[in-house]
Design a protein around this ligand. Sequence first.
Ligand code: URA
Length: 236
Amino acid sequence: MDLETLLYSQGFGSRRQCRGIVAEGRVRIDGVMRDDPHADLPVTPGLEFEVDDHRWTYREKAYIALNKPAGYECSRDPQHHLSVFHLLPPQLVERGVQAVGRLDQDTTGLLLLSDDGAFVHAFTSPKRKVPKVYLATVRHPLDDAQLAKLCEGVLLHGETKPSAALAAEQRDERLLELTVLEGKYHQVKRMVAAAGNRVEKLHRERVGGYALPVSLAEGAWRWLDESDLAALRGTP
Ligand code: URA
């Protein structure tokens, strides 16, 4: 792969812009400036290079975990708030990374993003039934009847079949841990309302077997490596 293509594949701009970045001497590999856009390189995943002193690692596909703060929409074209895409480097946005399912503007926690269409589809398809674990702070103290209803299934407005949680556990008087397989619009908020309570705060802790890393600060993102992806495909 030549240098122009390397930069282009990683979202550094159009081919013309990438050629310009290289020709202007802004790229370094192993500390050595490389200014020939057509220089051929043995590119393997993990290759590190610098553009304007910014270190970047080559990845064929981007798989990312973001710790989503409240006040961000998952849309690229947000209506009332900032977009989660404002939290990512422009290269990732440019190369077409998309959110794997959506979280509400006021929901915090684990949001996956990728530019691998098959991956996005696999994790958003209702057929796949990927467990998602949420922590909901609710307005009224939880009781056994509410927990039972959530597990037995509640009929959401406009739906014909009840939605049942895979698990509903009380962590605290007003803290509910809910595991759901579906990803319908306002799924958790509607289920909790149908069970006679109200979600005041919602946080996603886990998707499949992958938990939001405690070291990942709000608003920060990280690459998912092979072991993270394997965990994701597993179960909690
Ligand atoms: N369920 C909701 O109600 N909101 C979310 O953001 C995610 C799941």
